[in-house]
Write a protein that binds this ligand. Sequence first.
Ligand code: PMP
Length: 284
Amino acid sequence: RTVYVNGEYLPEEEATVSIFDRGFLMADGVYEVTSVLGGKLIDFPGHAARLDRSLTELEMTAPMNAEDLLEVHRELVRRNGIDEGLIYLQITRGNPGDRDFAFPPADTKPTVVLFTQAKPGLAANPTAKVGIKVISIPDIRWGRRDIKTVQLLYPSMAKMAAKKAHVDDAWFVEDGLVTEGTSNNAYIVKGGKIITRNLSNDILHGITRAAVVRFAREAQMEVEERPFTIEEAQGADEAFFTSASAFVMPVVEIDGKAVGTGTPGPVAARLREIYLDESLKAAV
Ligand code: PMP
């Protein structure tokens, strides 16, 4: 693979970052994952806008504008011959030359890293035809989940808990209500109505979520933005999640209980189709 690090395109073996990097020592950094279909970037303006917001919230200066960022994404897609896959982007507060809790001077150069992950068959993913199973797990993450930071230890632990329970993923629960999935936004469907938690600091503002909610409303489907419980989800007609890497993915079992018929439902299937169609048309 050719990767990008601080202005250079390098073979992955030659790309290095300092041991004093704030990302490495303090998880002081943000990231984005953008999918690639047909060699083009899906929802790029949304990812660029959220990146800007994450950086602003953490008082970090954007190392480049959205136009240059798009060019780096495109160049990596070209150099690695990606048709279907993902691009990971990470920006950390850089290398202050030593370890200290306080932020380094504002002119410390951020560390910018991008790499591609080839995922042939990403759009045609056969898992979408059978759906996935989840368990619930307490949400003990920090209170600013709207900022897309690289602090992913607890989501990794939740994924491992899911693995140990022989299911695919976990949904976080706080104060009795579902916040979101380990790396995705959660939804249920009741009587044709799509229900997903309202935006706040409690969840990541998914780029796929924004697009799916818009496409659903444009298709005259009703969307209600409010929290729901695991019990309500288990008793729903359908459940699903959205993310940039899985698009719209049916959830057919929650904590061992089948949702609806225990198979992917028509609303999730339709939303997946609409999302793939529409976002491909707008891909850059
Ligand atoms: N919530 C969390 C916690 C996530 O990590 C992600 C994926 N990065 C999402 C939601 C979905 O966001 P998006 O649709 O932008 O990938």
